[in-house]
Design a protein around this ligand. Sequence first.
Ligand SMILES: [Zn+2]
Length: 409
Amino acid sequence: MDKKERIVFILGAGFSAPAKLPIQDRILQEMIKKPAADFLTYTPEPESTKFLKSYITVGLFLLQNYTAFDCAEYNESFEELELKSKYTKLDISVLSEDTEKNELLILREKIRDSLEKSKIHVSLEDVFTSFDKTYQSREYFHRYSSQYVDEIKESITRLFVYYFSKRCKNHTYVESDYLSFFSYLKNHATNSAIISTNWDVLTETYLEKQKLVYDLSLNDTYYTKDGLVTSKSRKTIKLIKIHGSINWFRCLNCGKINIVNSENCGNYLFDDKSQETCKSCRITKNADFLLQSQIITPTMMKSLNSQLYTNLWSSARETLLKADHVYFVGYSLPIADFDFRYLLHQSISDKAKIDVILYHDDDPKQTKKTNLKDLLPEKRYHDLFAKNQIEFHYDGFGAFFKKQINNLS
Ligand SMILES: [Zn+2]
């Protein structure tokens, strides 16, 4: 058997760009976007009561902390509605479900409108970061109960999952950029691994559609599968998602990871008809959160002490140590990814060949100003991998892999 070079593909946010996935900091814009103005053709998507409550919780938190808006009135009506819904569980005749939902819908729209008018400008990633910091210093706990802080944090995560998966679902999975990438991968299935920094499920879904077998590098005892292909063969491609995934949910009772079919994951936790149930320990909970979304931001890495991520990161390290050739696809090597940059620096051999595939916007040739050039990814790559042979490509990954395939034939 000839010895093939071992390839690792590192996928960054730019890899999700052709699918028009909202990049983390654009989720808020998605959240406050006005529903389509054309009401003749507009049919609103059904929103569950659970979704509306999460939306309102997050919306009120944002208005209160990041705008000058006084939301005392909204807070009051939300509390009233929450009380009513508790009461109706005892006596169904007091308030019908529809009335409650209608009131929630009206309140949701008022909050959306206020967020839009206040021109709020904060990224949800910043909100996440401030949570992590206050978690350690307990600052917020003076103003909010820790239970409320947990509720806001979990609601934000669930909204992330919702908006991401909505976009993934609208994707047609025939986009030529991806088809080029995956057919190149198919040709190198026996000697390739993927490390993804993205939360979305584009990669898994394409792999499944291309009939490529993959392994998520999770320790088997950590999850119960949901129709996923996990059988290992020589052609199994390692897919390591170092920041978690929108379709991974950890059970707060037994700690196991529940993996949900990627198509359903957005609505999974917002389904009014079914209660949250863990597929492993079979526990069901109605009121509080049972399943916790597994998506983490770079700042969360530091405070995280979880076996799941320890396993994933050590798997990534092992994979990189053996790599002969590393392709960075749509990854700009952001400064904020401290831990990942450290891992890359420690694990990639000086002899490994590096290709960096980005878009025109990142090309230093677009500007003559040195201070601007220094802000672009190329400088960061040269700084981190001073000894490696690095090639940069700025036509996007679709064009790049198409060229590679043509070279093969
Ligand atoms: Zn469980």
